[in-house]
Design a protein around this ligand. Structure first.
Ligand code: TYM
Length: 334
């Protein structure tokens, strides 16, 4: 069985984007892969964060993942700061990655914005830690949303350079295959179809949170930006209509179909009708997750025990791999 690794930052309530672009696929992949899923709290502190809420946000993210269908027994679920192997390998990778490669990362440019001189050094080296997360387990498949594609390409470049520099070209670190799946690999903001839906967007109206109640979901979808035309009858008609494409992609992902199938049913209809159907579908799919998440959060001791057990199992896999990487780099062992 191929090994899967993926991660999510505990920087807010997970959004519909996280769910459709990543978590839903993580759940499906559990059937035929050896899966490791991580709440990446080390990544979360690369931007200003509140130390008083980080631990609870980490638990909440774990609860959201379990409520969405991640099986903490069949898969491994843990939080990143509990397994130090990530940091040891990340340091080695910071020495392998080239500044020129990091300079090309569009996500850094987006996050740093105009304030480039004033962001943390770790926000810049973030992709080295991400490569370490995956490669510390020799994972070969990484299910993510489309926004992580460039980071995974960089992880492959880092692995290849490590293999070349320290293993005479042997493939100590494997090639990673990004799994960017389904019609909602990039869910867009409900207020602007050209911007990604994000947990950290200042406007709550821009996203559906997994914990939104039925009324909030219906209201956000009703107010979602659209254009005045009815829906087209085939996917080609979505060209140049980012908001329409987004709302159709969400419906397609939630029903396990594609744009063409949704448009066969709704082509020619106005957004009024369509939004009502979409809101009902979202409520149907998301409400049980929110209910289960609340139930799990009533018992934080159980969530902590799941994460502790996950970390111990993760460590068993990562420790010998990272130790071998350290040996290849040539550290003295006494
Ligand atoms: P994060 O926390 O931003 O997002 C978690 C996952 O959700 C996906 N995603 C989306 N997919 C579709 N549409 C959207 N609007 C949307 N927003 C987010 C992301 O692509 C991601 O798959 N750097 C990563 C976390 C990470 C990681 C890793 C991932 C750390 N180490 C190792 C894979 C492997 C991140 O910030 O995800």
């Amino acid at each position: 069985m191929q090994r899967i690794f993926s991660g999510i930052q505990p920087t807010g309530i997970p959004t519909l984007g996280n769910y459709l672009g990543a978590v839903r696929n993580w759940v499906k992949l559990q059937d035929d892969h050896d899966c490791i899923y991580c709440v990446v709290d080390l990544h979360a502190i690369t931007v200003t964060h509140d130390p008083k809420t980080l631990a609870q946000a980490t638990r909440e993210m774990a609860a959201a993942l379990i409520a969405s269908g991640i099986d903490p027994v069949g898969s491994i679920l843990f939080h990143q700061s509990a397994v130090h192997a990530h940091l040891r390998l990340s340091w080695i990778f910071e020495c392998v990655v080239r500044i020129g490669w990091l300079n090309r990362m569009t996500q850094f440019k987006d996050k740093a914005g105009k304030d480039r001189e004033n962001v943390s050094a770790a926000l810049y080296t973030y992709p080295a830690l991400m490569a370490a997360d995956i490669l510390a387990y020799h994972a070969t498949r990484v299910p993510v949303g489309d926004d992580q594609r460039q980071h995974l390409e960089l992880a492959n470049d880092v692995a290849q350079k490590f293999n070349f520099d320290f293993c005479g070209g042997d493939s100590f670190f494997p090639v990673i295959e990004p799994l960017i799946l389904g019609p909602a690999a990039r869910v867009m903001s409900l207020r602007d179809g050209t911007k990604k839906m994000s947990k950290s967007d200042p406007s709550d109206q821009s996203r559906i949170n997994l914990t939104d109640d039925a009324d909030t979901i219906a209201q956000k979808i009703r107010r979602a930006k659209t254009d005045p035309e009815p829906l087209p009858s085939d996917p080609a008609g979505l060209e140049g209509r980012p908001e329409a494409r987004n709302l159709v992609g969400i419906y397609a992902a939630l029903t396990d179909t594609d744009h063409a199938t949704v448009l066969r049913d709704y082509g020619g209809r106005g957004f009024g009708d369509y939004k009502k159907a979409l809101a009902d579908l979202l409520v149907d799919k998301l409400t049980p997750i929110a209910t289960e998440m609340r139930r799990l959060l009533d018992d934080t001791a159980t969530i902590d025990a799941i994460l502790r057990d996950g970390a111990a199992r993760a460590e068993t896999i990562a420790e010998p791999i990272v130790r071998q990487a350290e040996q290849l780099v040539g550290f003295l062992r006494v």
